[in-house]
Design a protein around this ligand. Sequence first.
Ligand code: HEC
Length: 145
Amino acid sequence: MNISRDNLRTAAYVFWPLLILGGLVVLRFTWAGANTGEGAALYQARCANCHGPKGEGFKQLYPAITVSPIISGDPAQLACMIQNGVAGTPQANGILSLPMPGQPDLKVHEVTAIVNFLRASWGRSLPPVTAKVVEQGLKSCGDKK
Ligand code: HEC
């Protein structure tokens, strides 16, 4: 094969833009992962079974959480709920009330990702909270009950 100087120059013109573009694509996905991507995936894996892929809930069994004031409220309380679960709330008229199981295997950064996913979903655009806030919240779960 005959590689001329021109061919090399052309190759360089193609190579560098591609490399930069590739870098931007990688950065884009890393960034998304840090914000909503991981939280969205965790929600689907850990919560959607009960609350539905769009937070719509399931009949009388699992509440819809699209409009839950808990999500818009204290992020520490939400983090504690996610990690420790909720005892079923007694309801009138014998309506079935199930507890929500805790998920203590979730790491702080995972709980943070879920909290931030919820804060930015279904019409909400609340600012994200840091892992530090969630970590401190999780340490004081018992105090809040
Ligand atoms: C096994 C089913 C199940 C799973 C999995 C589950 N939940 Fe729940 N969740 C419930 C039930 C049942 C309740 C109602 C508890 C009660 O108050 O009696 C509830 C309540 C809630 C509430 C409060 C709703 C309100 O306004 O009262 C939020 C918020 C919530 N869940 C978020 C989550 C998130 C986030 C996840 C995933 C990390 C999750 N849940 C996983 C069953 C589940």
